[in-house]
Design a protein around this ligand. Structure first.
Ligand code: ARG
Length: 451
């Protein structure tokens, strides 16, 4: 399906632009040159193509590279255009470059070759984000932060504990991206159209020349398999969803005055002079939608495709490029925003105790004094509706004591010291008391930062 004659026969119709991937293939221009070179070297080493012709082809490929993608002749795709350029320079002998291969294994190899670099870039970016989360956490082990469930005040925590919760997720994201890399890093070259070739090629050699870890063995799988793209885009979409949560939290915290993004990561209003808006985080949040869309588009395109090669695959590839570019950019911006954000303890500290968020600590104190936890929960739950925002510690303590009388028929002080209750009603003490492994206590968090 790849001869010059047939190509010319189909070159000029109204569907020409629709068929062509030449513009989108800019992304794999260098990859295709690398694949061509490796293939030609292998063909020469195996005596399938003479050294002279191989030398001429390789020299022409250098010229093609120097001239750039923009100088390519028209073609249905970059593979055809580069081959045309070689043939027009070398003459018909240049056509030997396409011995024992097809554009089907060629494009599959180009995609994996390029995606390898892109995935490594995305892993590096995720690791940089991880670093900025850890560094910022080290500065904020004692900066109180209200913790929410259902977006309602739940229990006090710290900025560092919140940051490290994302650090853990980003670490898994990076692992998933790296896992995807391992499976992408296999060479389909030599699968030919799908059915192998009678030439005595050396697939391991081209894999080695292109830096792959091995070959995609079955030639039909080699030309048609795109599941590795799904895996990569899935890992990217997963990371994007992590980033969207981080962005959403920062938007909410900025709304409450807990944090300010630096000017570099903020935007202003064209009419409202006072505005400093977290636009970058809103765009990070939105990127998850695009990445999920790319994953869905890719899966939907692949679903039900018969073996072996079908042109649908041409439209599958750009989803991977879009996802890797968008998500890597979002990850980079998130890292910068976290690293340069300013936390306002004067706002987070009073907020950390809002909504009787220390209630669980009181129940824990009663349970630690010997009361069954469920009973302790009942006592504090009875007090909770009575607790007012303006109550001081002594007033809250009295309300809990009154609830104990009502629920247990006994004073609280039968079970626990006044001091123990006073202590856990302080948000900072409440946080410090929760020193279980991975918990928010400054000591527990500091040891995580060091680990
Ligand atoms: N441009 C195509 C793609 O991206 C590769 C060419 C294979 N074309 C063909 N007619 N067999 O998938």
């Amino acid at each position: 399906d790849d001869t010059v004659v047939r190509r010319d026969r189909f070159s000029g119709g109204p569907a020409r632009g629709f068929l062509s991937s030449l513009d989108a293939d800019r992304r794999i221009f260098e990859a295709d040159l690398a694949v061509d070179r490796a293939h030609v070297v292998m063909l020469a080493e195996r005596g399938i193509v003479g050294d002279d012709v191989a030398g001429e082809i390789l020299a022409t490929l250098d010229d093609v590279e120097a001239a750039g993608h923009g100088a390519l002749p028209d073609g249905e795709d970059v593979h055809e255009a580069i081959e045309s350029a070689v043939v027009s320079e070398v003459g018909p002998e240049g056509g030997r470059m396409h011995t024992a291969r097809s554009r089907n294994d060629e494009v599959a190899t180009c995609i994996r070759y390029r995606l390898r670099d892109d995935l490594l870039r995305s892993v590096e970016t995720a690791l940089a984000l991880r670093e900025s989360l850890v560094e910022s956490a080290a500065d904020h082990t004692e900066t109180l932060l209200p913790g929410y469930t259902h977006l309602q005040p739940a229990q006090p925590t710290t900025v560092a504990h919140w940051l490290l919760s994302y650090e853990a997720a980003v670490t898994r994201d990076a692992e998933r991206l790296f896992d995807a890399y391992a499976r992408v890093n296999r060479s389909p070259l030599g699968g030919a159209a799908f059915a192998g070739t009678p030439f005595d090629i050396d697939r391991d050699r081209t894999a080695e020349l292109l830096g792959f870890d091995g070959v995609v063995r079955n030639s039909m799988d080699a030309s048609s398999g795109r599941d590795v793209l799904v895996e990569a885009v899935s890992a990217l979409a997963t990371h994007a969803v992590t980033l969207s949560g981080l962005a959403e939290d920062l938007i909410l915290y900025a709304n409450r005055g807990f944090v300010s993004l630096s000017d570099d990561y903020s935007s202003t209003s064209s009419i409202m002079p006072q505005k400093v808006n977290p636009d970058t985080m809103e765009l990070v949040r939105a990127t998850a939608g695009d990445a999920v869309g790319d994953l869905t588009g890719l899966l939907t395109t692949l679903k039900g495709l018969p073996r072996a090669y079908n042109r649908d695959l041409q439209r599958a590839t750009p989803h991977a490029w879009d996802a890797v570019d968008d998500v890597t950019a979002a990850s980079e911006v998130a890292a910068g925003a976290v690293a340069t954000a300013t936390w306002h303890a004067e706002a987070t500290t009073p907020a950390a105790g809002e909504g009787f968020s220390t209630a669980t600590g009181v129940a824990d104190a009663l349970a630690m004094a010997g009361l069954p936890f469920r009973t302790a929960h009942e006592v504090v739950a009875a007090a909770a509706p009575e607790v007012e925002p303006e109550d001081d510690v002594a007033t809250v303590t009295a309300r809990v004591d009154a609830a104990a009388e009502a629920v247990l028929g006994e004073s609280l002080w039968e079970y626990v010291t006044r001091d123990a209750v006073t202590r856990v009603l302080d948000p900072a003490e409440s946080v410090a008391s929760r020193d279980s492994a991975g918990g928010p206590a400054p000591d527990a968090v500091a040891s995580e930062v060091k680990a």
